[in-house]
Unconditional design. Structure first.
Ligand SMILES: [Zn+2]
Length: 371
């Protein structure tokens, strides 16, 4: 076993000996994944540790880190990995990243985001994507004002349930925002939205913060941004049967992907809305299409799930899409009895078209980069 030098290592760290073993066998590894499962085993550098010069991808899932030695040794380890391209870190509480020359993709899931960590991210000059998010169910607030203009390659940044005191991105960089209604109302995202950087919004209402007639109350900078993907969950009600919520094309001028999940959905979709993919999930559903004939031409995918449906527009549109060669299939609605669901795909669509738009999370990178 001692001479084995695997290319891919995926180990659950349950003892000090597992850590010692991996350090003598990671010399040829290009991919390394270490997961701390049960207890906080502190990292001790083995005296005969191999260097990690081949490492391209590193995933570390630490438990809540109490030992400062681990953070220090981790920084030291990263400084020895000149080929590293993708780094995933979960739970680092006191992390300083060395300026790794080739690092293109950084994913940090943390419960504490500090100025020191932010300053070290600014030194990663070849960074292309950055995912920053919280670890655990509660959103986190950080006083960090994150200025990433020193990173010219940066193309996508996802901020997931992490409230910063400010964020400045290179001009062409897209921002992806995940959060709740409360953090959306903070003004800190408004510059990114006004500059057209806000590309996708994934909003999880807690059911109480937002009023029923949501479009009148959403911050205008959110609505008027160049957002093309909007996903909205857990809102109790969108519009009313007599007064459906209007997705005004003047505000949602770039919206191509829309996904709504709510108890009660009553919406009006105007003809000018550039919608290509529409998913709705509601106990009680009503969608009015202003011009089904024109909208059927543009729509690539329609997915609906409902218990009761008011109005015939959904079926009119489905019929028109099928007349243009679209295929319809029944969809089982997960965990919901008495629900009906179907999926309509235009000729060149296959399966479920809804994918994470961020390009920066591990799921996105695995698909695109083949890591
Ligand atoms: Zn993603």
């Amino acid at each position: 076993m001692h001479s084995v030098q695997p290319e891919h290592i995926d180990i659950k760290v349950e003892s000090e000996s597992a850590l010692a073993w991996v350090q003598t066998h990671w010399g040829q590894a290009t991919r390394l994944k270490l997961t701390w499962l049960t207890r906080d085993i502190p990292w001790v550098m083995a005296h005969n540790a191999a260097s990690v010069t081949s490492l391209k991808r590193l995933e570390l899932r630490l438990l809540q880190e109490r030992s400062p030695t681990t953070a220090m040794l981790l920084t030291w380890l990263l400084a020895q990995a000149p080929q590293l391209q993708l780094l995933f870190l979960q739970h680092p509480t006191a992390l300083v990243l060395p300026p790794i020359r080739h690092l293109s993709h950084l994913i940090v899931a943390t419960s504490k985001f500090t100025d020191t960590c932010a300053a070290s991210i600014r030194q990663l000059r070849n960074l292309q994507t950055l995912w920053l998010g919280m670890e655990g169910p509660e959103p986190i607030m950080s006083a960090v004002d994150l200025d990433l203009r020193s990173l010219p390659q940066l193309s996508d940044v996802c901020v997931d349930r992490l409230t910063l005191s400010g964020i400045t991105l290179p001009r062409q960089c897209r921002m992806h925002w995940v959060g709740d209604g409360e953090s959306m109302f903070l003004d800190i995202w408004s510059d990114n939205a006004r500059q057209g950087q806000l590309h996708s919004i994934n909003l999880q209402s807690d059911g109480s913060l937002l009023p029923e007639q949501f479009l009148d109350f959403l911050p205008l900078y959110f609505v008027e941004s160049k957002c093309s993907v909007l996903q909205w969950r857990d809102m109790p009600q969108f519009g009313r049967p007599a007064n459906p919520a209007l997705f005004d094309a003047a505000h949602f001028c770039c919206l191509t992907h829309l996904k709504l999940m709510s108890r009660d959905i009553n919406i009006l979709l105007p003809q000018e809305l550039p919608l290509q993919v529409l998913h709705v999930h509601a106990r009680s559903l009503s969608i009015v299409f202003e011009n089904p004939k024109e909208q059927a031409k543009r729509l690539q995918q329609l997915k609906v799930a409902y218990r009761t449906l008011r109005g015939a527009d959904v079926f009119v549109l489905t019929g028109l899409m099928c007349g243009m060669g679209a295929l319809i299939s029944r969809e089982a609605v997960a965990g919901a009895d008495q629900y009906h669901g179907f999926l309509v795909n235009s000729g060149h669509m296959r399966g479920d078209a809804w994918k994470c738009p961020c390009g920066a999370c591990l799921g996105c990178l695995q698909q695109v980069e083949g890591y």
